[in-house]
Design a protein around this ligand. Sequence first.
Ligand code: KIV
Length: 264
Amino acid sequence: MSKITRSTLLEKKKQGVPITVLTAYDYTFAKLLSSFGIDVLLVGDSMGMVMYGHRDTLPVTLTEMVEHTEAVRRGAGDAFVVSDMPFLSYQINEEEAVRNAGELLRHGAEAVKLEGGTSICPTIRRMVSAGIPVMGHLGLTPQAIHQLGGYKVQGKSEESAKTLLEDAKALENAGCFSIVLECMPAKLAETITKTIAIPTVGIGAGNACDGQVLVLQDCLGLTTDIHPKFVKNFGNVRVEVEKAVRQYIEEVKTRTFPDAEHSY
Ligand code: KIV
């Protein structure tokens, strides 16, 4: 596989070839996913929940994002690495936003992702003019969870659908190279995808998007806490982990591990 870049993703949209995205938070999984041919590794702030056990993404810090971005970069190979800008790292003022995005790029991200529509466009313009590729994120934006009143499907009314379409056009005009569409009616995501020239990446947004993203632990069947409708477990790694760990405990307790083969 050759190195994935922003242009590769745009070309995939033009050719109608779906873009594959999974989250990654560490070196080991980044290396595995990249070797299996994933296009994009998203160092998502969902890390706050799946790696740190927080209730939502809000406690994630820039320092944590930087550290996990570095780890993912080391294993990413040819995959394109996008890092989430955590809550309040880009909303306070444009200077701080550019500096913080730059920090993620310095530590291995090839692009940053941030949440929001028209109101965040001036910040996106500043980042793009500083040479920082930006991925947008519309629909269910988890950093605004308290404002949205919970993890709910967005864009169900005619008015909110219109706003999301306008937001998508505004993000494209501001210079985003791609947009994540989260938790919205499939028809709306399809309209947005057909309207804008940059690739859309869906999660809970139907199959007309230019690509799909899932949280890795959801994809592998490792998460047990929440199970939104859009999550599909493509494996049951939890069962394999359980089998291996129970076997290990048993063999240690019975002194059958380590045996001669695993001893010096
Ligand atoms: O943080 C994350 O993992 C995300 C994806 C769910 C799109 O933003």
